[in-house]
Write a protein that binds this ligand. Structure first.
Ligand code: 13P
Length: 248
């Protein structure tokens, strides 16, 4: 059985002092043995956040990472910087990074490989636009994103990966995908991993749904066969995140 993984994506919110205050609020609310709980925080919040979650079940993740080891890449954060700071997860290829910061399937693939090299678990994001959904090309598009993201990734690495299916039209809009829509795509993603690798890898990989997840929508979404948790934006900054983590 796959363990659920429920992650918050804080995006560009929370100063370091606000981050500590939020963690103190959420700490008692997100206790559980049934799911992995991850807070993906802005880079500048990572060090105080790692300190603040010591002794709890919360793991700290990053929202981005560069694919080179070190050097003249002003403004970027390397994988070694993240691991040294105590980071276990990194979000790769969020649609906002693709939209505003020109990330492509190719840079996503480079980052995914680099994260694995450093023992950081990538949370690999994919998701279609409203136009793509309306044109009926959602599954084809997602399969393309997944196939490129996993180029030259070994089966053993892929087994530990987390994939977040986030339909772009559902992000920050309050318009959550229906349970059927979310399960259909998550199932197709698992099948795609099965085609690239094998059945065992497909069964091991964890697939989250993301896009306007709330305390109200989480229970039904997370009960689906192929949905192993969520990547949560807005609701991860509120006490409601405790309800999402303890959704049962
Ligand atoms: P919202 O939950 O705010 O829609 O954001 C989803 C998201 O982008 C998580 O990565």
């Amino acid at each position: 059985m796959r363990k659920k993984i429920i992650a918050g994506n804080w995006k560009m919110n929370m100063t370091p002092s606000e981050a500590i205050a939020l963690i103190e609020t959420l700490k008692p609310l997100v206790q559980t043995d049934e799911a992995d709980v991850v807070f993906c925080v802005p880079a500048i919040d990572i060090i105080p956040a790692v300190e603040a979650v010591k002794g709890t079940n919360i793991q700290i993740g990053a929202e981005n990472m560069y694919f080179e080891e070190k050097g003249a890449f002003t403004g970027e954060i390397s994988p070694a910087m993240l691991t040294d700071a105590g980071v276990k997860y990194v979000i790769i290829g969020h649609s906002e990074r693709r939209q505003y910061f020109a990330e492509t399937d190719e840079t996503v693939n480079k980052k995914v490989k680099k994260a694995f090299e450093h023992g950081i678990t990538p949370i690999i994001c994919c998701g279609e636009s409203l136009t793509q959904r309306e044109q009926g090309v959602t599954i084809d598009f997602i399969r393309q994103q997944i196939k490129i993201a996993f180029l030259d990734v070994t089966a053993d690495q892929a087994k530990t990966a987390v994939i977040a299916y986030e339909p772009i039209w559902a992000i920050g809009t309050g318009k959550v995908a229906t349970t059927e829509q979310a399960e259909e795509v998550c199932k197709a993603i698992r099948a795609c991993i099965g085609e690239i690798y094998d059945e065992a890898t497909a069964e091991a990989v964890r697939i989250q749904y993301g896009g306007s997840v709330s305390a109200a929508s989480a229970p039904e979404l997370f009960a689906q066969k192929d949905i192993d948790g969520g990547l949560v934006g807005g609701a991860a900054l509120k006490p409601d995140f405790g309800k999402i983590v303890n959704y049962k």
